[in-house]
Design a protein around this ligand. Structure first.
Ligand code: ADE
Ligand code: ZN
Length: 318
Protein backbone atom coordinates (compact mmCIF):
# COMPACT_ATOMS: atom_id res chain seq x y z
CA UNK A 1 0.00 0.00 0.00
CA UNK A 2 1.48 3.35 -0.95
CA UNK A 3 0.81 6.30 1.23
CA UNK A 4 -2.04 8.69 0.35
CA UNK A 5 -0.07 11.85 -0.37
CA UNK A 6 -3.07 14.08 0.39
CA UNK A 7 -2.79 12.88 3.99
CA UNK A 8 0.87 13.86 4.24
CA UNK A 9 1.01 17.15 6.21
CA UNK A 10 2.99 19.54 4.08
CA UNK A 11 3.98 23.16 3.69
CA UNK A 12 3.77 25.02 0.41
CA UNK A 13 6.74 27.38 0.33
CA UNK A 14 7.00 28.40 -3.30
CA UNK A 15 3.68 29.73 -4.55
CA UNK A 16 3.23 33.11 -6.23
CA UNK A 17 -0.08 34.50 -5.00
CA UNK A 18 -1.63 35.67 -8.29
CA UNK A 19 -0.60 32.43 -9.98
CA UNK A 20 -2.69 30.47 -7.47
CA UNK A 21 -5.85 31.81 -9.15
CA UNK A 22 -8.10 28.94 -10.22
CA UNK A 23 -8.72 28.55 -13.97
CA UNK A 24 -12.49 29.04 -13.52
CA UNK A 25 -11.88 32.14 -11.46
CA UNK A 26 -9.63 33.55 -14.15
CA UNK A 27 -12.50 32.95 -16.55
CA UNK A 28 -14.80 34.99 -14.29
CA UNK A 29 -12.22 37.76 -14.05
CA UNK A 30 -11.91 37.87 -17.84
CA UNK A 31 -15.70 38.00 -18.23
CA UNK A 32 -15.91 40.84 -15.74
CA UNK A 33 -13.23 42.75 -17.65
CA UNK A 34 -14.89 41.90 -20.97
CA UNK A 35 -11.52 40.52 -22.03
CA UNK A 36 -10.53 37.21 -23.63
CA UNK A 37 -9.73 34.37 -21.25
CA UNK A 38 -5.94 33.98 -21.20
CA UNK A 39 -4.83 30.55 -22.26
CA UNK A 40 -1.34 29.30 -22.70
CA UNK A 41 -0.11 26.18 -24.38
CA UNK A 42 3.60 26.56 -23.93
CA UNK A 43 6.21 29.17 -23.20
CA UNK A 44 9.14 29.64 -25.56
CA UNK A 45 11.06 31.41 -22.86
CA UNK A 46 10.82 32.96 -19.39
CA UNK A 47 9.84 36.27 -21.02
CA UNK A 48 6.79 34.58 -22.53
CA UNK A 49 5.88 33.34 -19.06
CA UNK A 50 6.38 36.84 -17.66
CA UNK A 51 3.88 38.13 -20.24
CA UNK A 52 1.44 35.42 -19.16
CA UNK A 53 1.82 36.54 -15.55
CA UNK A 54 1.08 40.09 -16.71
CA UNK A 55 -2.13 38.88 -18.37
CA UNK A 56 -3.37 37.56 -15.01
CA UNK A 57 -2.39 40.78 -13.24
CA UNK A 58 -4.25 42.86 -15.81
CA UNK A 59 -7.51 41.05 -14.92
CA UNK A 60 -7.25 41.92 -11.22
CA UNK A 61 -9.01 45.25 -11.06
CA UNK A 62 -10.77 45.26 -7.67
CA UNK A 63 -9.48 44.42 -4.15
CA UNK A 64 -12.32 41.88 -3.73
CA UNK A 65 -10.71 39.78 -6.45
CA UNK A 66 -7.60 39.50 -4.26
CA UNK A 67 -9.83 38.23 -1.44
CA UNK A 68 -11.35 35.61 -3.73
CA UNK A 69 -7.89 34.40 -4.76
CA UNK A 70 -6.88 34.13 -1.09
CA UNK A 71 -10.07 32.23 -0.17
CA UNK A 72 -9.66 29.74 -2.97
CA UNK A 73 -5.92 29.39 -2.32
CA UNK A 74 -6.71 28.37 1.27
CA UNK A 75 -9.42 25.89 0.19
CA UNK A 76 -7.11 24.37 -2.43
CA UNK A 77 -4.29 24.11 0.11
CA UNK A 78 -6.56 22.29 2.54
CA UNK A 79 -7.69 19.85 -0.15
CA UNK A 80 -4.03 19.08 -0.92
CA UNK A 81 -3.13 18.35 2.71
CA UNK A 82 -1.20 21.59 3.01
CA UNK A 83 -1.12 22.75 6.64
CA UNK A 84 1.02 25.82 6.03
CA UNK A 85 1.37 28.18 3.05
CA UNK A 86 4.20 30.68 2.77
CA UNK A 87 2.73 32.61 -0.12
CA UNK A 88 4.81 35.01 -2.17
CA UNK A 89 3.38 38.51 -2.27
CA UNK A 90 4.54 41.48 -4.31
CA UNK A 91 2.29 44.22 -2.88
CA UNK A 92 3.60 46.80 -5.33
CA UNK A 93 1.83 44.93 -8.17
CA UNK A 94 -1.56 45.93 -6.78
CA UNK A 95 -0.73 49.37 -5.40
CA UNK A 96 -2.74 51.02 -8.19
CA UNK A 97 -5.89 49.54 -6.59
CA UNK A 98 -5.03 51.22 -3.26
CA UNK A 99 -4.12 54.78 -4.32
CA UNK A 100 -0.52 53.76 -4.91
CA UNK A 101 -0.09 52.53 -1.33
CA UNK A 102 1.81 49.20 -1.27
CA UNK A 103 1.48 48.99 2.51
CA UNK A 104 -2.29 49.19 2.19
CA UNK A 105 -2.13 46.26 -0.25
CA UNK A 106 -0.10 44.26 2.23
CA UNK A 107 -2.43 45.05 5.14
CA UNK A 108 -5.40 44.02 3.02
CA UNK A 109 -3.78 40.73 1.93
CA UNK A 110 -2.59 39.87 5.44
CA UNK A 111 -6.07 40.51 6.83
CA UNK A 112 -7.53 38.23 4.15
CA UNK A 113 -4.93 35.57 4.96
CA UNK A 114 -5.78 35.77 8.66
CA UNK A 115 -9.50 35.31 7.98
CA UNK A 116 -8.80 32.34 5.72
CA UNK A 117 -6.53 30.79 8.31
CA UNK A 118 -9.31 31.03 10.89
CA UNK A 119 -11.88 29.62 8.47
CA UNK A 120 -9.85 26.71 7.09
CA UNK A 121 -7.20 25.98 9.73
CA UNK A 122 -4.49 26.31 7.05
CA UNK A 123 -1.81 28.54 8.54
CA UNK A 124 -0.88 31.29 6.05
CA UNK A 125 2.19 33.50 6.24
CA UNK A 126 3.75 35.74 3.61
CA UNK A 127 7.04 36.03 1.79
CA UNK A 128 7.53 39.45 0.24
CA UNK A 129 9.55 39.27 -2.96
CA UNK A 130 11.20 41.95 -5.05
CA UNK A 131 11.90 41.57 -8.75
CA UNK A 132 15.52 41.34 -9.87
CA UNK A 133 14.63 43.29 -12.95
CA UNK A 134 13.46 46.28 -10.89
CA UNK A 135 15.68 48.82 -9.19
CA UNK A 136 17.57 48.26 -5.95
CA UNK A 137 15.72 51.30 -4.55
CA UNK A 138 12.38 49.53 -5.02
CA UNK A 139 13.80 46.40 -3.42
CA UNK A 140 14.91 48.45 -0.41
CA UNK A 141 11.35 49.76 -0.09
CA UNK A 142 9.98 46.20 -0.26
CA UNK A 143 12.51 45.01 2.33
CA UNK A 144 11.59 47.85 4.70
CA UNK A 145 7.92 47.00 4.30
CA UNK A 146 8.64 43.32 4.90
CA UNK A 147 10.70 44.21 7.99
CA UNK A 148 7.88 46.36 9.34
CA UNK A 149 5.52 43.38 9.17
CA UNK A 150 8.01 40.78 10.43
CA UNK A 151 6.23 38.62 12.98
CA UNK A 152 2.90 40.19 11.94
CA UNK A 153 2.21 37.92 8.98
CA UNK A 154 5.44 38.27 7.01
CA UNK A 155 8.13 35.66 7.65
CA UNK A 156 10.49 35.81 4.67
CA UNK A 157 11.93 38.07 2.01
CA UNK A 158 12.87 36.92 -1.50
CA UNK A 159 13.86 37.91 -4.99
CA UNK A 160 12.17 36.62 -8.14
CA UNK A 161 11.89 37.21 -11.92
CA UNK A 162 14.52 36.81 -14.63
CA UNK A 163 17.92 35.80 -13.24
CA UNK A 164 19.74 36.07 -16.54
CA UNK A 165 22.19 38.95 -16.53
CA UNK A 166 20.66 40.17 -13.26
CA UNK A 167 23.00 39.34 -10.38
CA UNK A 168 21.62 39.28 -6.86
CA UNK A 169 24.63 40.95 -5.22
CA UNK A 170 23.33 44.53 -5.72
CA UNK A 171 20.33 43.54 -3.58
CA UNK A 172 22.45 42.52 -0.59
CA UNK A 173 21.52 45.64 1.40
CA UNK A 174 17.81 44.83 1.04
CA UNK A 175 18.46 41.33 2.36
CA UNK A 176 20.43 42.80 5.29
CA UNK A 177 17.34 44.79 6.29
CA UNK A 178 15.23 41.64 6.12
CA UNK A 179 17.71 39.52 8.09
CA UNK A 180 18.01 42.14 10.83
CA UNK A 181 14.23 42.07 11.18
CA UNK A 182 14.36 38.31 11.73
CA UNK A 183 12.99 37.32 8.33
CA UNK A 184 14.12 34.24 6.47
CA UNK A 185 16.19 34.95 3.35
CA UNK A 186 14.52 33.21 0.41
CA UNK A 187 15.70 34.30 -3.05
CA UNK A 188 15.05 32.52 -6.34
CA UNK A 189 18.35 31.34 -7.86
CA UNK A 190 19.75 28.46 -9.88
CA UNK A 191 16.75 28.30 -12.20
CA UNK A 192 17.63 30.34 -15.31
CA UNK A 193 21.29 30.68 -14.30
CA UNK A 194 23.63 27.97 -13.12
CA UNK A 195 25.45 27.06 -9.88
CA UNK A 196 27.24 30.42 -9.56
CA UNK A 197 23.85 32.04 -8.99
CA UNK A 198 23.14 29.60 -6.15
CA UNK A 199 26.58 30.35 -4.72
CA UNK A 200 25.79 34.07 -4.83
CA UNK A 201 22.45 33.49 -3.08
CA UNK A 202 24.15 31.56 -0.31
CA UNK A 203 27.41 33.45 0.09
CA UNK A 204 26.35 37.03 -0.67
CA UNK A 205 22.66 37.07 0.34
CA UNK A 206 23.14 34.36 3.01
CA UNK A 207 20.03 32.51 1.91
CA UNK A 208 18.21 30.27 4.38
CA UNK A 209 16.36 28.64 1.50
CA UNK A 210 16.81 28.93 -2.26
CA UNK A 211 13.70 28.90 -4.46
CA UNK A 212 14.42 26.45 -7.28
CA UNK A 213 18.21 26.15 -6.85
CA UNK A 214 18.09 22.97 -8.91
CA UNK A 215 20.93 23.92 -11.26
CA UNK A 216 23.33 23.61 -8.33
CA UNK A 217 23.49 19.96 -9.41
CA UNK A 218 25.82 21.06 -12.25
CA UNK A 219 28.50 21.66 -9.59
CA UNK A 220 28.99 18.59 -7.36
CA UNK A 221 31.16 20.44 -4.84
CA UNK A 222 28.65 23.22 -4.38
CA UNK A 223 25.87 20.63 -4.16
CA UNK A 224 27.77 18.98 -1.30
CA UNK A 225 28.20 22.39 0.34
CA UNK A 226 24.45 23.11 0.09
CA UNK A 227 23.82 19.73 1.72
CA UNK A 228 26.36 20.44 4.46
CA UNK A 229 24.91 23.89 5.19
CA UNK A 230 21.36 22.47 5.34
CA UNK A 231 20.01 25.11 2.95
CA UNK A 232 16.64 23.88 1.67
CA UNK A 233 15.77 24.13 -2.03
CA UNK A 234 12.11 24.89 -2.76
CA UNK A 235 11.87 22.75 -5.88
CA UNK A 236 9.10 23.03 -8.51
CA UNK A 237 9.44 20.14 -10.99
CA UNK A 238 6.69 21.08 -13.49
CA UNK A 239 7.75 24.73 -13.55
CA UNK A 240 11.26 23.60 -14.50
CA UNK A 241 9.91 21.54 -17.40
CA UNK A 242 7.58 24.25 -18.73
CA UNK A 243 10.29 26.92 -18.52
CA UNK A 244 12.88 24.61 -20.15
CA UNK A 245 15.20 24.44 -17.15
CA UNK A 246 15.16 20.66 -17.73
CA UNK A 247 14.20 18.88 -20.99
CA UNK A 248 11.51 16.72 -19.32
CA UNK A 249 10.41 15.45 -15.90
CA UNK A 250 12.49 12.30 -16.19
CA UNK A 251 15.62 14.50 -16.35
CA UNK A 252 14.68 16.53 -13.28
CA UNK A 253 17.51 16.62 -10.71
CA UNK A 254 15.30 16.25 -7.60
CA UNK A 255 16.25 12.57 -7.08
CA UNK A 256 19.95 13.41 -7.53
CA UNK A 257 19.70 16.34 -5.11
CA UNK A 258 18.09 14.12 -2.47
CA UNK A 259 20.71 11.43 -3.08
CA UNK A 260 23.39 14.08 -2.47
CA UNK A 261 21.78 14.85 0.90
CA UNK A 262 20.25 18.21 -0.09
CA UNK A 263 17.12 19.18 1.80
CA UNK A 264 14.29 19.84 -0.70
CA UNK A 265 10.64 20.84 -0.52
CA UNK A 266 8.20 20.22 -3.40
CA UNK A 267 6.08 23.08 -4.74
CA UNK A 268 3.89 24.30 -7.60
CA UNK A 269 5.35 27.83 -8.19
CA UNK A 270 2.69 29.16 -10.61
CA UNK A 271 -0.12 26.60 -10.96
CA UNK A 272 -2.33 28.75 -13.22
CA UNK A 273 0.42 28.80 -15.85
CA UNK A 274 2.13 25.44 -15.23
CA UNK A 275 -0.84 23.18 -14.43
CA UNK A 276 -0.30 20.92 -11.42
CA UNK A 277 -1.20 21.91 -7.88
CA UNK A 278 1.15 20.96 -5.07
CA UNK A 279 -0.42 17.56 -4.37
CA UNK A 280 -0.09 16.71 -8.06
CA UNK A 281 3.58 17.74 -7.88
CA UNK A 282 4.08 15.20 -5.06
CA UNK A 283 2.28 12.58 -7.16
CA UNK A 284 4.47 13.37 -10.18
CA UNK A 285 7.55 13.14 -7.97
CA UNK A 286 6.44 9.65 -6.99
CA UNK A 287 5.30 8.44 -10.39
CA UNK A 288 7.74 10.10 -12.76
CA UNK A 289 10.78 10.80 -10.61
CA UNK A 290 10.58 7.58 -8.62
CA UNK A 291 10.70 9.17 -5.16
CA UNK A 292 9.97 6.70 -2.38
CA UNK A 293 7.37 7.33 0.32
CA UNK A 294 10.23 7.96 2.70
CA UNK A 295 11.74 10.60 0.39
CA UNK A 296 8.35 12.23 -0.15
CA UNK A 297 7.79 12.35 3.60
CA UNK A 298 11.28 13.88 3.97
CA UNK A 299 10.40 16.63 1.46
CA UNK A 300 7.14 17.28 3.32
CA UNK A 301 9.03 17.47 6.62
CA UNK A 302 11.54 19.93 5.11
CA UNK A 303 8.66 22.03 3.82
CA UNK A 304 7.70 22.67 7.45
CA UNK A 305 11.03 22.72 9.27
CA UNK A 306 12.73 25.07 6.78
CA UNK A 307 9.73 27.40 6.70
CA UNK A 308 8.69 30.42 8.67
CA UNK A 309 5.77 28.49 10.16
CA UNK A 310 4.95 29.24 13.78
CA UNK A 311 6.20 26.95 16.54
CA UNK A 312 2.96 24.97 16.90
CA UNK A 313 2.93 24.05 13.20
CA UNK A 314 6.59 23.03 13.46
CA UNK A 315 5.97 20.76 16.43
CA UNK A 316 2.85 19.21 14.91
CA UNK A 317 4.86 18.27 11.82
CA UNK A 318 7.69 16.53 13.64
N1 ADE B 1 8.08 34.57 -10.59
C1 ADE B 1 7.08 33.74 -10.69
N2 ADE B 1 7.49 32.53 -11.05
C2 ADE B 1 8.82 32.60 -11.19
C3 ADE B 1 9.82 31.70 -11.56
N3 ADE B 1 9.55 30.42 -11.87
N4 ADE B 1 11.07 32.14 -11.60
C4 ADE B 1 11.36 33.41 -11.30
N5 ADE B 1 10.45 34.29 -10.95
C5 ADE B 1 9.19 33.90 -10.90
ZN1 ZN C 1 8.88 31.15 -8.24
Amino acid sequence: MTRDLAQLPKGHLHLHFEASTRPLTLRDFAAEADAPVPSWTDFADFLDFQDAYGEVLALIRRPEQLERIMTEMADDAKADGVVYVEVTLAPVLHAHLFDGDAEAVLRFLLAAAEREEERTGVVIRAMIASARVMSVELALEDARLAAQYAGRGVVSYGLHSDERGAPAAPFAAAFDIAREAGLLITPHAGELEGPESVREAIEVLRADRVLHGVRVIEDPELTAEVARLGVTLDVCPSSNVVLHVVPDLEHHPLPALLAAGVSCSINADDPIQFGPNVLEEYELARERLGLTDEQLAGCARASITASGAPEDVQTRAL
